[in-house]
Ligand binder design. Sequence first.
Ligand code: HEC
Ligand code: HEC
Length: 337
Amino acid sequence: MKELKILAIVVFFTLVTYWGVEPFAHSKMHKHVEGHNFVYDGTADIEEVKAKIEAAKEEKHPTAALEKKLTEKKAFWADVKKIAAIKGDPKAGEAVFGICLGCHNGSGVNMGGVVPPSLDHAGALYDKNYLIALIKDPAMGSNVDHKYADTMSHPMGAIKTMVTTPQQIADVVAYLLKNKAGEITPKEAFVDACGRCHANRYAKWTQAGFVPKTKSNIKTGQDIDLLKFKQKVATEQEAVSNYMGKLPPDLSIIIRARSEHFLSTFVENPQSDLPGTAMPRTGLTKEGFEKVTEYLGETGDPSAKARAELGPKVIIFFIIFTILAVLWKKSVWKELH
Ligand code: HEC
Ligand code: HEC
């Protein structure tokens, strides 16, 4: 009887911890962030500034600069909405795209902190509204304008002086959605959307590209090509760290370290989870995000598929084994009776 009482007390406290204390502590440590289902209409950005104004009022800090920011953000996203309604001409957009190729040319040259990503699949990877916002003002679109006194100093900021009319923006976005969409592999999605900042050790991806297959020199035992590559990685990482204020973390096991829900809200709008962070919003569509997570899932847990395939086989083995064991037991007992 005494044992039962002890058991009841243990069970009681375990359940209290499981349903009460743990979720409470969790909600205090990591606030729950709702995503916006990969819709980029500025709602999150405007709410953020409003929250900052409330916080400033509570602390009795001046709010004039924040009020100005709020007006600016509202006007910006209202313009994005207007441009989204304009019919773009892909033909005219092709000429505008020539401007983009000035930087997004695959030469691997670092520009102001990172190597501009390939735009070969931009139409499949990025959301239409996000592309409009990004071209209109890269720092505002990717919600990192807090880092710049003048958003012109963003590494893509000069686009504001090159693509100046709403029609041009509508045209180039129409061109991207029509001519630069197509099938995109999970690997391409990761490289284009995250790879300029994040390494993925398990996939042998670095900020300077995939680690090449090289050989060491038979006479000296040195692998010069690998050493040269490592130097390139070090240079690239230094540039990215200077631009971001720190080296972005390796993403090999990020899905296991964080949850997929965290990853989705974070990628959609890093400010929502980490206010003030230097990581820009990546502007992915839901499908684009799913491709990226597919790649991170595969590379972070390469044996997952083999494990999943093995499962049913093991179960079938045990079912057959059980049937044989029962039959055998019956036949043995029959002789004994
Ligand atoms: C002056 C150089 C330059 C020009 C011109 C330029 N870009 Fe960029 N672009 C960059 C750089 C640098 C980045 C990476 C910025 C970062 O990661 O913070 C970038 C990033 C991007 C991204 C990825 C954004 C994200 O959030 O993942 C897209 C999409 C993009 N540019 C589209 C375009 C388009 C379309 C044009 C032409 C209308 C264009 N760019 C013109 C330099 C440029
Ligand atoms: C322009 C550079 C840049 C790009 C592009 C970028 N990130 Fe990041 N990322 C960062 C930086 C910088 C941090 C560190 C943030 C911090 O600590 O403030 C970070 C942090 C993270 C974290 C860790 C957050 C945490 O607190 O654990 C995750 C997850 C992440 N990034 C995912 C991604 C994914 C997925 C992509 C592509 C869809 C991506 N990032 C694209 C710069 C970037």
